[in-house]
Ligand binder design. Structure first.
Ligand code: HEC
Length: 146
């Protein structure tokens, strides 16, 4: 009897640990994505002509993308398909190689853009290309906004 109680208790603790772990990883990836978008948002305003062009902010955003993108693929483990308020779609885990490759392409595009964008004239086209990596992935792998 005592042994059964202990086993049940251990199983319950185990289950809680698993849930805590996947919610933790979901929180972590959402925070990284949010932090990255804090640097790209002001640049988006420049792109739309709603803010003055500022090369330093553009370059900072491109650096933040390069630092963040490689940290994201490991934050989508198999046990994090659901949980928390994740907007990740299950198809991520069916097409993992393509999904991970998109983070690499994003980082590569940001690196190339760092060299290409040197002033206001060279900004819009290249910025649009970089950001196309975000929307392209969201379209396929993130729940659409309701
Ligand atoms: C390879 C795919 C991929 C790329 C590339 C990508 N994202 Fe995402 N993004 C996702 C997924 C998947 C989610 C949903 C994550 C979740 O809720 O678990 C997400 C969520 C987000 C969120 C919401 C985070 C939150 O608070 O819940 C923001 C903001 C975001 N992405 C910004 C960006 C920006 C900006 C870029 C480009 C610089 C980008 N993403 C590129 C896949 C991607």
């Amino acid at each position: 009897m005592r042994r059964i109680v202990l086993a049940v208790a251990a199983a319950a603790i185990g289950a809680t640990a698993v849930i805590a772990q996947n919610v933790g990883v979901i929180d972590e990836r959402q925070k990284l994505l949010k932090d990255m978008s804090k640097t790209t948002k002001p640049v988006g305003a420049m792109f739309k002509g709603e803010a003055e062009f500022d090369l330093a902010k553009v370059q900072a955003a491109l650096k933040a993308i390069q630092e963040t993108a490689p940290r994201l693929p490991p934050l989508f483990p198999d046990n994090s398909k659901t949980g928390g308020d994740t907007e990740a779609l299950p198809v991520i885990w069916d097409e993992k190689a393509d999904f991970e490759d998109r983070f690499k392409k994003l980082a590569d595009a940001a690196k190339a853009a760092e060299a290409t964008i040197t002033d206001e004239a060279t900004f819009p086209d290249t910025w649009k290309q970089v950001m196309g990596n975000c929307s392209g992935c969201h379209k396929k792998y993130r729940k659409p906004k309701s």
